[in-house]
Design a protein around this ligand. Structure first.
Ligand code: SF4
Ligand code: SF4
Length: 253
């Protein structure tokens, strides 16, 4: 049994012995408020799982409440073929406060990203120079890509970036002092080509199920800012059409 929050629990299908009422989940089925738990087979399928979580989010938004009593518990779901991201998605649905919800999701995705990066020493620092820097011997830069810069939008300038300097979040111990999700999602061309190592937003269930296209741009392209600044940006509401939002860089903090 897994706790969803202080009130609700989830059962693993293996532990379900017909001891309370369940309704089988179906993407095309409509659900009403009632005393039942929803049984969902997530099929170990990312795309299908994202659709399921989106449907559960819309039920919550429509105030459709369901759960059933079993012993001292209130059971909301009976699930199979799930993973940690799905459990965190089900927990996030129950968080009412939007900032708290986004912080929970951000932390969960950041942990996943840390796990991905810790599988291998991709950047392979040696004397403070990363592998990409060492392989391009004309560049003599320490501390990898932890340099902040601004995009140069001056007409007729040949320089794409300006104001390049060491990122203010880089600590004396060479560790990042914030949790910037855009930096964690970034892989340089060297790693893409030589290691075939790339990280894509579409592989993250929580990002695809909870955030819209504008929020995904915010998550992807706000290097050199703090976790708190990125979460505040995610909370902004924008009615600007996506194409203009993208074109005018409104997704940048
Ligand atoms: S991502 Fe690439 S450029 Fe950045 S530190 Fe790692 S190897 Fe260096
Ligand atoms: S915010 Fe990004 S660029 Fe700055 S220190 Fe952290 S990882 Fe490096």
């Amino acid at each position: 049994m897994i706790c969803l929050n202080d009130d609700l629990v989830i059962f693993d299908y293996k532990d379900y012995k017909n001891n309370f009422d369940i309704v089988e989940f179906d993407l095309n089925k409509s659900f009403n408020t009632g005393n039942y738990a929803i049984a969902i087979d997530f099929r170990n399928d990312l795309k299908y799982s994202i659709k399921c979580i989106k449907k559960l989010i819309s039920l919550k938004k429509s105030n459709i409440d369901f759960c059933t009593d079993f012993k001292d518990y209130k059971v909301k779901y009976v699930i199979s073929n799930y993973n940690d991201s799905i459990l965190d998605a089900l927990k996030a649905i129950e968080i009412e406060d939007l900032k708290e919800k986004y912080t929970f999701i951000y932390d969960s995705v950041f942990k996943q990203l840390n796990d991905i990066w810790s599988k291998k020493n991709y950047c392979n620092f040696c004397n403070n120079k990363c592998i990409a820097t060492r392989m391009h011997k004309n560049i003599d830069q320490l501390d990898g890509c932890c340099y902040s810069f601004k995009m140069n939008n001056k007409l007729f300038s040949t320089k794409l970036i300006k104001d390049k300097c060491k990122c203010k979040f880089l600590g004396d111990d060479k560790r990042c002092t914030t949790q910037n999700i855009s930096c964690k999602l970034f892989t340089c061309n060297y790693l893409k080509k030589t290691e075939s190592f790339d990280i894509k937003l579409k592989d993250f269930l929580l990002i695809m199920a909870f955030f819209n296209s504008k929020q995904r741009l915010i998550l992807k392209y706000n290097y050199f800012y703090s976790k708190e600044e990125i979460i505040d940006k995610l909370l902004e509401k924008s009615k600007i059409p996506l194409a203009l939002y993208y074109y005018y860089d409104y997704y940048r903090i």
